[in-house]
Design a binder for this molecule. Structure first.
Ligand code: ZN
Length: 173
């Protein structure tokens, strides 16, 4: 029987309290990425990936304005920054905003089982798809994340509409 402090031993399942602390730190890391992108005059959406055992393993933010790549959403950039690995099934992804259908597809492809969503007040992503694939997700409705997106959508409605594919002059959307 290995001793609990044996470094070779597999990490035990985190307690609910430990997971709560970890998920808060992961969302904080995602929020920092969103603010970084805003300072670069980009879209303020950020993501971070990690686990209670490993901590934050990767982070990223929307890079559409910065790179000209229209598919460079925060979650995709974060997953890209995590590199090649085989432990996706142990990771949690946090995103400041409800993940869109493309990013949800990337999550499902990699079998990432847990998602922490900063908010879904300013944009509702593909949460029905997460639900139908039995992905464990939690919507925090973090006031910082809501304020960041509300301000951005107010200041740059054209840039936001472009991000989610709304055609010019489409007032119904
Ligand atoms: Zn997306």
């Amino acid at each position: 029987m290995p001793r609990p402090d044996n470094p070779g031993m597999q990490s035990p399942e985190p307690t609910d309290a430990e997971r709560e602390v970890f998920e808060r730190a992961l969302l904080d890391a995602a929020y920092e990425q969103a603010v970084k992108s805003l300072h670069e005059r980009g879209i303020p959406i950020g993501s971070a990936l990690g686990s209670p055992a490993l901590g934050v393993v990767a982070a990223g933010h929307n890079e559409r304005v910065q790179s000209g790549d229209t598919t460079a959403h925060a979650e995709v950039c974060c997953i890209r920054n995590a590199g090649r690995r085989r432990d996706w099934h142990t990771l949690t992804l946090a995103s400041t905003l409800s993940p869109c259908i493309m990013c949800t597809g990337a999550l499902l492809l990699h079998r990432i089982p847990r998602v922490v969503i900063g908010e879904h007040k300013t944009f509702m992503g593909a949460e029905d798809l997460l639900r139908s694939h039995r992905i464990h997700f939690r919507v925090v409705n973090d006031p910082r994340c809501i304020a960041l997106m509300e301000q951005f959508i107010h200041d740059r409605p054209d840039l936001w509409d472009e991000d989610i594919g709304i055609p010019p002059g489409d007032d119904a959307a």
